[in-house]
Ligand binder design. Structure first.
Ligand SMILES: Cc1cc2nc3c(=O)[nH]c(=O)nc-3n(C[C@H](O)[C@H](O)[C@H](O)COP(=O)(O)OP(=O)(O)OC[C@H]3O[C@@H](n4cnc5c(N)ncnc54)[C@H](O)[C@@H]3O)c2cc1C
Length: 130
């Protein structure tokens, strides 16, 4: 995903991980690249290790948001008028109201949290769906 040509080049943003726009997260994922890169820069003086750590961290999360964005297209296309789906959303809202620490709907985890990784949101979302 990220070009490491002779360990001198690092791609971030859409150039590294363009996704379909159905979660509205493309720019946000690019900003996250900057945040993670900045954090790694604080702790590393070795570019080779830094690039490798960055790749490891971001590939997991950008693959996750790529999947979430595709899934959200299907949700928007097929499910928003589905009674069962709407009931599930209502139940999720209630659970979140009652147990805000224990149950955060997938959409909120992705869109409104600033400390939940896309890969964690995807995994938790699948568990909650089940
Ligand atoms: C319909 C739609 C809706 C979206 N909605 C959202 C949203 O709600 N929220 C969100 O977070 N994201 C959203 N996105 C995604 C967001 O727009 C992109 O993720 C973001 O713009 C990517 O920024 P970037 O800087 O990585 O790349 P870009 O914005 O593509 O910037 C790359 C720049 O490089 C320039 N360039 C290309 N080749 C060269 C070259 N050879 N030399 C010099 N310059 C070059 C281009 O002209 C461009 O200006 C949406 C995208 C689409 C298509």
């Amino acid at each position: 995903m990220f070009s490491l040509g002779k360990n001198k080049t690092l791609l971030i943003g859409d150039a590294a991980h363009a996704i379909v726009p159905f979660y509205g997260q493309g720019m946000n994922a690019g900003f996250e690249d900057c945040r993670v890169l900045n954090q790694l820069l604080d702790h590393s003086s070795n570019w080779v290790t830094l690039f490798s750590e960055f790749q490891k961290l971001r590939k997991t999360d950008t693959d996750a948001i790529a999947k979430l964005a595709l899934d959200n297209f299907i949700e928007m296309r097929d499910l928003v008028a589905d009674a069962k789906f709407l009931l599930r959303k209502k139940i999720e809202g209630k659970l979140n109201q009652l147990f805000p620490e224990k149950w955060i709907p997938l959409y909120s985890m992705v869109t409104f949290s600033d400390d939940i990784r896309y890969s964690d949101a995807l995994a938790i979302g699948l568990k909650q769906k089940k």
